[in-house]
Ligand binder design. Structure first.
Ligand SMILES: Cc1cc2nc3c(=O)[nH]c(=O)nc-3n(C[C@H](O)[C@H](O)[C@H](O)COP(=O)(O)OP(=O)(O)OC[C@H]3O[C@@H](n4cnc5c(N)ncnc54)[C@H](O)[C@@H]3O)c2cc1C
Length: 389
C-alpha cells in the first residue's frame, strides 16, 4: 500500500497547479459568479492537453489514466472551481460514455470539437417523472423505416443551453433492458430547447422537448440493453463530481485557514479560539478521508471503469465532506464569506448541488447498502397480493 503519488503523477499535478495559479487564479470569483459555459477556458485547457485525458490516442485523446484526470480536475478546482467544470465536461461527463461506446463514424463526427474545446456534450437522463428512478424514463425511440422517431422530454441537463450535441437516454422497449441512448444534435427538426433556468450554483439548464424528432440509425449510441454500459460510464462521471466536491471543499478550507490566521477579534487572531480550531480539525479529517476513498476508487478502477460500489462510497464521502467544509469555511469567514465577491460562498453553493446531482446522497446510500448485503432492495412498492394469496 502506497499513499503517495508516483513521481510522474506529482510532476503532472504540480504543472497543472502552476498553470492554474498563473493563469486562472485572477478572475476565479468573476467566473464563479458568471453564467454559461467557459468557452475561453475550454480552448486554453484543450491547448494544455487537459481535455480527453483518459481517451486513447488512437481516438484523438491524450491516452492518460483516470488518476491523471482526477489530479488535473482537482489542481484546477483548488484554484478556480468554475474552470474545473470544463475539465469535467472534457473528461468525466457525457464525453466519456460517448468515447467508450461510439463507433468510428460517430467519433469522427463529434469528438474533434469536444476535444478542441469548441463543443460540449450534455447528457439527458432526467425527466419530469423520472429523477432518482431514472429507469422510469419515458422518452421513446420508435423505429420508422431506416430512422427512429423520438418523443418525450428531458429536464435538468448540465450545459443543455450551450451544447451542440446531446447524449439522450431513450426507451426502445419495456423495462430497464429497453433503455439505450442516442446522439441528437441541436437544430434537428422536432427537437426544441426550452428557456434557461438557473440552479443556485449558477449553472443553467434548459428543458428539452422531442416531438416526432427523426434521427438516423447512425445516431444510436447504445440500443436496447445499453443501460448497464451507460451506467458504468456514469460511474466515471460520479468520480469527476466527487473529485471536484472534495477539491472545492479544500479550496474553501484554505481560504478560511488564511483568514483565521490574520483576522483579529477580542484582541487575538481568531485561529486561537478553540471553537474554530475544532472546526478546522473536523473539516480536515473529513476532507482527507474522502480524498482517500476517491483515490482508492480511481486506482482500483478496472480498465479505468470504476466499480459502482467504490464510486458510490467515494461520491458520498466527497459530497458530504466538500459541502461540510465549504459551509463551515463560510461560517468561519463571517459576513465576508457570505459576500458575493468572495469565492467561499460559491464553494458552498457549488458543493451543495453535487449532493443531488449524479445520484443523490440518499440514492448512493441505497446503492452502498446493496453492496453490504449483497442483494438488491427494490425501492418500488410491493406488488399487490393476488386474490386468495
Ligand atoms: C446541479 C445539478 C446538475 C444536474 N445535471 C444533470 C444532467 O446533466 N443530466 C440529467 O439528466 N440530470 C441532471 N440533474 C438531475 C439529477 O440527476 C436529479 O436531480 C437527481 O437524479 C434527483 O432527481 P430529482 O431532482 O427529480 O429528485 P427526486 O428523485 O424527486 O428525489 C427527491 C428526494 O427524494 C430522495 N429519494 C428519492 N428516491 C429515494 C429512495 N428510494 N430512497 C431514499 N431517498 C430517495 C432523493 O434523494 C431526493 O432527496 C442535475 C441535478 C443537479 C442538481
Amino acid at each position: 500500500m502506497d499513499f503517495e503519488l508516483t513521481q510522474d503523477q506529482q510532476i503532472f499535478y504540480d504543472s497543472v497547479k502552476r498553470f492554474a495559479v498563473n493563469e486562472l487564479a485572477d478572475g476565479a470569483v468573476d467566473r464563479a459568479n458568471s453564467d454559461g459555459y467557459l468557452w475561453d477556458i475550454a480552448a486554453r485547457l484543450a491547448e494544455m492537453g487537459l481535455l480527453g485525458i483518459t481517451i486513447s490516442e488512437s481516438k484523438g485523446g491524450i491516452g492518460g489514466s483516470l488518476t491523471d484526470a482526477v489530479l488535473a480536475i482537482q489542481a484546477i478546482a483548488e484554484v478556480c472551481p468554475r474552470s474545473a467544470d470544463v475539465v469535467q465536461a472534457g473528461n468525466f461527463g457525457a464525453i466519456r460514455t460517448f468515447a467508450e461506446y461510439a463507433n468510428a463514424d460517430q467519433l469522427a463526427r463529434f469528438l474533434p470539437d469536444l476535444l478542441a474545446g469548441k463543443g460540449v456534450m450534455s447528457v439527458g437522463m432526467s425527466e419530469p417523472d423520472a429523477g432518482s428512478s431514472v429507469t422510469e424514463l419515458k422518452t421513446s425511440a420508435t423505429p420508422d423505416g431506416d430512422d427512429f422517431l423520438v418523443n418525450g422530454s428531458k429536464v435538468f441537463g448540465t450545459n443543455s443551453g450551450d451544447a451542440k450535441v446531446f447524449l439522450i437516454y431513450l426507451r426502445f422497449g419495456p423495462g430497464t433492458e429497453g433503455i439505450g441512448s442516442a446522439l441528437i444534435e441541436k437544430g434537428t427538426a422536432g427537437f426544441e430547447i426550452g428557456p434557461g433556468y438557473r440552479y443556485m450554483n449558477g449553472e443553467s439548464w434548459s428543458p428539452l422537448y422531442f416531438d416526432n424528432c427523426r434521427i438516423p440509425k447512425a445516431n444510436i449510441l447504445l440500443g436496447s440493453g445499453g443501460f448497464k454500459k451507460q451506467i458504468s460510464g456514469f460511474n466515471i462521471e460520479r468520480l469527476g463530481n466527487a473529485a471536484r466536491a472534495v477539491a472545492v471543499g479544500r479550496k474553501a478550507f484554505n481560504e478560511a485557514r488564511d483568514h483565521a490566521k490574520t483576522r483579529r477579534q477580542f484582541g487575538r487572531d481568531i485561529c486561537e479560539f478553540q471553537g474554530l480550531q475544532w472546526k478546522f480539525a473536523e473539516m480536515q479529517m473529513r476532507l482527507e478521508a474522502a480524498q482517500l476513498l476517491l483515490m482508492r476508487a480511481v486506482t482500483r478502477a478496472d480498465n479505468d471503469l470504476p466499480s459502482a460500489q467504490d464510486s458510490a462510497l467515494a461520491k458520498l464521502a466527497c459530497n458530504d465532506a466538500g459541502f461540510y467544509a465549504a459551509n463551515e469555511a463560510l461560517q468561519i469567514m463571517g459576513a465576508l464569506g457570505f459576500s458575493d465577491d468572495n469565492i467561499v460562498q460559491y464553494c458552498m453553493r457549488r458543493t451543495r448541488g453535487w449532493m443531488i446531482a449524479g445520484g443523490s446522497t440518499e440514492i448512493l446510500k441505497n446503492r452502498i447498502a446493496e453492496g453490504i448485503f449483497e442483494r438488491r432492495f427494490s425501492q418500488r412498492p410491493p406488488k399487490p397480493a393476488k386474490d386468495g394469496a
